[in-house]
Ligand binder design. Structure first.
Ligand SMILES: *Cc1c(COP(=O)(O)O)cnc(C)c1O
Length: 361
């Protein structure tokens, strides 16, 4: 039986994407060849890459606005390094917002390059909110933020206005909500949270911000080299890119980011309403900063853990155990998770309430 998959990443993808991917492994485009055995320079794969790059820009509303989309090897963690390599000037400095583990990892890499200013941090509150009042130094080479904090379950609902390049790690909420993406100069997202399987990272960059550091870059880390090579500087991760393309096509057919945002809002409202209503659960983060992608919550009484765990497992739910730094539970509701799965979880929470309250009296 197909599970209700709440995994934080790698995560659920649309069922039709799994089916088309499986078919392409056996016979890609009726070529008599598997997608796994063709050259990345073949006509068929170049078409995949071109369409994937164009569709990523299209879904973000960035077509024809000076941006390039790249599908690079490796994960978002490599971008923690590539961003300072490509944007931080020699003797320059960068500004970062610290909203969680991933933001922190990005800061660690930037520090290896030069002066790195942390404009604000919610670390002392175990990242249960997004810092709001901070000043971005106007002489920094760029400002880096994380739109959705996968581990802690917070999400930036607005972004600061700044004249310096705005860089955003959107790994866990890319293509999930409508934002004016033109406010960003560089967006990156590891595929495995909302777009495809692990192995590729989408980078969307405004070309005009590149090539200004005075630094010599290793070729493989140079965005300009990747752009020039049309995202084929070296052998790209062919299959993760193909699966990402299928997911983007699925999204486009559904009506794009605006259409999925409506579904994502409905899913999040359904679950958070129950977390707030049900006296046996406690949300872990400030309400105004709650993520629509990753909902984190605790049991009011940890002693009831075995009861709750048995109920959700029995209901066919998978992957809701919280990250070790938060504990409790994390329900990741990425684009492909149907609202029916959220209803199953809400029903389980209500069954749990009945069971536990029954034992109390
Ligand atoms: C998962 C995640 C990362 C790290 O991604 P990798 O592909 O494993 O390197 C970075 N940032 C955010 C926000 C994430 O959720």
């Amino acid at each position: 039986m197909k599970k209700h998959n709440y995994s934080a990443g790698p995560c659920i993808l649309p069922q039709e994407v799994f089916e088309k991917s499986a078919a392409a492994i056996l016979d890609f485009n009726h070529s008599g060849l598997s997608i796994l055995e063709i050259s990345h320079r073949s006509k068929d794969f170049i078409a995949v890459m071109d369409e994937a790059r164009a569709l990523a820009l299209d879904l973000l509303g960035l077509t024809g606005k000076g941006y390039q989309a790249l599908f690079l090897s490796s994960g978002a963690s490599l971008e923690f390094l590539m961003v300072p390599y490509n944007l931080m000037k020699v003797d320059g400095k960068a500004a970062y917002l610290d909203t969680g583990t991933w933001a922190n990892n990005a800061i660690t890499e930037a520090k290896a390059f030069g002066e790195t200013v942390i404009v604000a941090s919610s670390k002392n509150d175990n990242y249960t909110h997004i810092p709001k009042d901070y000043v971005i130094p106007t002489d920094a080479d760029y400002f880096h933020c994380t739109s959705n904090n996968t581990i802690f379950g917070t999400q930036m609902k607005s972004f600061p206005k700044t004249d310096i390049p705005l860089v955003c790690d959107m790994s866990s909420d890319i293509f999930s909500r409508v934002i004016d993406f033109t406010q960003f100069d560089l967006i990156y997202a590891g595929a495995q949270k909302n777009m495809g399987p692990a192995g590729t990272t989408l980078v969307v960059v405004k070309e005009s911000i590149l090539g200004k550091t005075g630094r010599s870059l290793p070729s493989i880390l140079d965005y300009q080299k990747h752009i020039k090579a049309e995202s084929m500087y070296n052998t790209p991760p062919v299959f993760p890119i193909y699966v990402s393309l299928l997911t983007m096509q699925w999204l486009k057919e559904k009506g794009g980011v605006a259409a999925i945002e409506i579904e994502n809002n409905a899913k999040a409202a359904l679950l958070y309403t129950e977390i707030d209503r049900n006296p046996y659960f406690i949300g872990t983060v400030n309400q105004e900063d709650r993520s629509n992608m990753n909902a984190t919550f605790l049991l009011e009484d940890e002693a009831h853990t075995p009861v709750f765990d048995a109920l959700w497992k029995e209901a066919g739910i998978s992957g809701i155990t919280g990250h070790r730094s938060v504990g409790g539970y994390r329900a990741s509701m990425y684009n492909a998770l149907p609202i029916e799965s959220v209803q199953v979880l809400v029903d389980v929470m209500q069954d749990f309430e009945k069971k536990v309250s029954g034992t109390k009296f």
